[in-house]
Design a protein around this ligand. Sequence first.
Ligand code: NI
Length: 200
Amino acid sequence: MKWRITALVILSFLLGGLVAMAILPGGRERLFSGLPSTGKALVGGPFSLLDHTGRRVTDKDFRGRYMLVYFGFTYCPDVCPSGLQVISAALQKLEAKADRITPLFVTVDPERDTPAQLAEYVKSFHPRLVGLTGTSQEVDAAAKAYRVYYKKVQDEKSTAGYTFDHTSIIYLMDPNGTYVTHFSHTTSVDTLAERLAKVL
Ligand code: NI
């Protein structure tokens, strides 16, 4: 439903803003004046999931590389495909420089998004895009670490009878797994490529 997507986009921006305020030293000071800034990121953390080849991977497997982390689900009609499209096109634009970045797509719908389903899906996007799934507990833990909101909701139009509401934020994590910045799925390819190039 259109209003739902609009509401989620707005929610994503608001959450993104809050996350940035809480993380950036300046924003933290404005939010909690008087409290010392620890500089500790509130987004990201350990995860243990299955990749689209069925291999178990953890956040530690990506150390030494930047990660672009995006949560969604393969049956998502428009928001997830556009987010993944932007990520893929920006990485393609950066050519060899993008080799230092691993794009990750973590499903919030592990029931339908098996490794096989993800393997089929990631083919439509960047050749190095990694699809991640797991048990619902593992997915939930990863989503919590990244402050991602998602909720299963009824959808009569879907053959499965349900869909997911979810925030749509693209997180950039550095080679130590620490939060750097985030983007929206509505970020333009040029903007994303430029901002990634500055960080690399
Ligand atoms: Ni989606």
